[in-house]
Design a protein around this ligand. Structure first.
Ligand code: PCA
Length: 215
């Protein structure tokens, strides 16, 4: 099994993106699966082109994209990506699409094929905070998750794809009072656990644990 794991470069004025640093620190092999690591730009459109080139070159079984979600308290595997870009801030090349569909012939939304509930359980059992997320937002992270799932729908039906958001690390919140953070070591270990679940559940249905929230 081959897993392509991507990490976004820093954006929004941050000097570091913990997603990218954690991806770089992952082992090259997890439970027998080969882990290919790829840095991608926080840029609408271009990020998807870089991922598509890597898919064609590497022919992975799974594409797992990782991004920073400042303000979140835990590692959050994403359930769904929606067909819209609605940027709060410009991306790293100054693009700021507002209410623009990502793919004219794409579905309104795509669900991940990854075992998100098993991933949450595997991370929590290792002692790290994790929770299922039902929105990857409307910035470049939702964009890349949508683009990967669109490619799976249209061109690579045997591949699986998904996304995990990670919190800030301590150095990013020094001047941001009351912002949650995790250590880079713990984020990396959590991603390793999530990938373990992907490998262990490759030919199994996802768990049916209760992950619903109040609303
Ligand atoms: N997080 C942003 C884009 C890049 C990243 O790491 C997001 O959540 O959309």
């Amino acid at each position: 099994m081959k897993i392509l794991v991507t990490g976004f470069d820093p954006f929004g004025g941050e000097p570091i993106n913990p997603a990218l640093e954690a991806v770089k620190a992952l082992p090259d092999n997890i439970l027998g699966a080969e882990v290919i690591k790829l840095e991608i730009p926080t840029v609408f459109g271009k990020s998807a082109e870089v991922v598509k080139s890597a898919i064609l070159a590497e022919k992975p079984d799974v594409v797992l994209a990782i991004g920073q979600a400042g303000g979140r308290f835990s590692i959050t595997p994403e359930r769904i990506a929606i067909n819209v870009d609605d940027a709060r801030i410009p991306d790293n090349e100054g693009n700021q699409p507002i209410d623009v569909p990502i793919q004219a012939d794409g579905a309104a939304a795509y669900f991940t094929q990854l075992p998100i509930k098993a991933m949450v359980k595997q991370i929590k059992e290792a002692g790290y905070p994790a929770a299922l997320s039902n929105s990857a937002g409307v910035f470049v992270c939702n964009h890349i998750m949508y683009q990967v799932l669109y490619l799976i729908d249209k061109e690579f039906p045997n591949m699986k794809g998904g996304f995990i958001h990670v919190p800030f690390i301590a150095s990013q919140v020094v001047n941001k009072p009351n912002q949650p953070y995790m250590s880079l070591t713990d984020i990396t270990a959590s991603l390793e656990k999530a990938i373990e679940a992907i490998v262990l559940f490759d030919d199994k249905e996802d768990l049916k644990t209760i992950e619903g929230t109040t609303h």
